[in-house]
Design a protein around this ligand. Structure first.
Ligand SMILES: [Zn+2]
Length: 336
């Protein structure tokens, strides 16, 4: 092995300048061809939902965990693959190198934000024009052209959430100066230095308490470790909760009473319950949904035994397996 590497280094060292320049042009051309092939394969893997069947909660998780791409490299490839699906005309431009993966990723992200802001879809024709107009442009030129074509107010940066290897979640949020000022004011008025994360967590805890009260659920603490009598739900509150439960049950067979949701959640440990053919569990904590194991349309009930927690991708896979890809593809472009 060491010999083979040495020989290759020797071969390269003995090349003339002209040979060296020709060689690197050939190899980078091959590199682009292979990249396009990777994109085509990824597209088919997404269409078949194969990553979900193998137990991954997203195509991104599959690309980083199995294919060993960095997060950024995985993002660029997935974005470019989806852009190619939406606008087939860009394929030859990617292969010739006139269009780069980063430019396509940037264009797709910008268009997505624009659609969200304008609450309207960008037409396929306009999408195609925007993509093709980036051919041969530098990153700076491309960014500028996109900003002019699809203007959106700040902040345009999405909140990035990633599960880390340690089992924690890393969240990247970008604040404008005005937004940051709110936190600075809290810091100033409270009179002592505050950690931004602590502030956000405290506000989130307040919101959670409000939500639990408004939905008839008391804060979790009062159920398990009751420390004072005032924390116990009053008989009136208990009755409200009971009424709400009955009305939820009679409303629709699909609606799930909160108490049932809570026990299904506990049963799943707050994680996706999907297992692949080898019995490995998905376990993701993101984008979880309640799934009726036996569908309501086929007489399934909203009880603890018939409910499981699945992430969005695995819920989609379960629906595809029950209803068939033909029906599902009319809702989900990726599996067309
Ligand atoms: Zn899952």
């Amino acid at each position: 092995m060491a010999n083979a590497v040495e020989n290759q280094t020797q071969d390269i060292r003995s090349m003339t300048n002209q040979e060296l320049v020709h060689k690197i042009c050939d190899v980078t051309k091959e590199e682009r061809r292979i990249t396009i092939e990777v994109l085509r394969l990824l597209r088919e893997i997404e269409r078949r939902q194969l990553f979900a069947e193998l137990g991954h909660s997203s195509l991104f998780a599959y690309c980083t965990n199995v294919l060993r791409y960095s997060e950024a490299a995985a993002c660029r490839r997935i974005e470019a693959m989806r852009a190619m699906r939406e606008t087939p005309e860009i394929e030859v431009k990617l292969e010739s190198g006139e269009l780069g993966l980063s430019a396509v990723t940037q264009a797709r992200t910008t268009i997505r934000h624009h659609e969200k802001f304008a609450k309207a879809k960008v037409t396929p024709e306009k999408r195609k024009d925007a993509m093709l107009s980036l051919c041969g442009q530098s990153k700076r030129e491309a960014d500028k052209a996109l900003a002019l074509e699809f203007s959106t107010p700040l902040p345009t940066t999405p909140v990035v959430q990633r599960e880390t290897a340690r089992g924690t979640t890393r969240v990247t949020i970008e604040f404008t100066e005005d937004e940051m000022e709110v936190f600075n004011e809290i810091k100033r008025l409270s009179g002592h230095p505050q950690n931004l994360k602590d502030t956000i967590l405290r506000l989130a805890a307040e919101e959670l308490t409000q939500l639990k009260k408004s939905r008839g659920e008391m804060p979790v603490r009062t159920r398990h470790s009751v420390s004072s009598k005032e924390n116990l739900p009053s008989p009136a509150e208990e009755k409200n909760e009971a009424n709400r439960r009955t009305s939820a049950m009679t409303k629709s067979p699909r609606s799930i009473p909160i108490s049932i949701k809570r026990s299904a959640w506990d049963k799943a440990g707050g994680r996706c319950e999907f297992r692949n053919a080898d019995g490995e569990r998905c376990d993701t904590k993101h984008a979880l949904e309640y799934d009726h194991i036996s569908p309501v349309a086929m007489g399934g009930h909203s009880n603890k035994e018939n409910l499981r927690l699945l992430c969005r991708q695995h819920n989609l896979l379960a629906a595809t397996q029950t209803l068939g890809p033909k029906l599902m593809s009319s809702f989900v472009p990726a599996i067309r």
